[in-house]
Design a protein around this ligand. Structure first.
Ligand SMILES: N[C@@H](CCC(=O)N[C@@H](CS)C(=O)NCC(=O)O)C(=O)O
Length: 199
């Protein structure tokens, strides 16, 4: 098995989807955490200067979703057919477009709070409605079994619900999907064991 080294900050953030995929596949990996204070000196040494990165036997992959898609293919949860894979990618990109709206790095707390409140109050309902329609009465977002789109919904909604606990109260099917993902034994064990961080 290759040596996998995932490098990120001590946060769930953009690395958590890959940690779910490692947990699900049971593959061993090095979960390397960088202290924020050390980042300015490390940044110039990282190709493209952003985290996360995944090293696979020394080959560096950047971009969190490229990393996760690679791990999902390896784990057999990328979608069973090219069509399913396209749908999985589309859902992941839709959720990611939404998560990227938040000014995560904003230092001014007033500006940050205003922007977060606006997105959670005015923009989230549209995403939830569309995701709920897409899910319908299916067990999983795409196909007959779990994919990394379901994982991405769980990872992202965990952060969203920590910001606004009643966010999805009108969407019991989306909440039940979270329960199904979190009931997968490997995911349940990871959630139990992972460091408790705000994001
Ligand atoms: N689209 C990229 C975004 C990467 C990104 O912006 N990473 C942030 C942390 S979530 C980062 O490295 N920030 C530090 C910096 O830009 O110096 C991905 O998904 O990996």
């Amino acid at each position: 098995m290759p040596h996998y080294k995932l490098t990120y900050f001590n946060l769930r953030g953009r690395a958590e989807i890959s940690r779910y995929l490692f947990a699900y596949s049971g593959k061993q990996y090095e979960d390397h955490k960088i202290e924020a204070a050390d980042w300015p000196k490390i940044k110039p040494t990282i190709p493209f200067g952003k985290l996360p990165i995944l090293e696979v036997d020394g080959v560096i992959i950047h971009q969190s979703l490229a990393i996760a898609r690679y791990l999902a293919r390896e784990a057999g949860v990328a979608g069973r057919t090219p069509l399913e894979q396209a749908l999985v990618d589309a859902i992941v990109d839709t959720i990611d477009d939404f998560m990227t709206l938040f000014p995560w790095a904003e230092k001014n707390q007033d500006v940050r709070k205003k922007a977060f409140d606006d997105i959670l109050t005015n923009k989230a309902p549209e995403l939830l409605k569309d995701l709920d329609t897409f899910l319908g009465n299916k067990n999983w977002l795409v196909g007959e079994s779990v994919t990394w789109a379901d994982f991405y919904w769980d990872v992202s909604s965990t952060t969203l619900l920590s910001l606004k606990p009643d966010l999805a109260e009108n969407y019991p099917r989306l909440l039940a999907l979270r329960d199904r993902v979190q009931a997968l034994p490997a995911i349940a064990a990871w959630i139990q064991k992972r460091p408790k961080t705000v994001m």
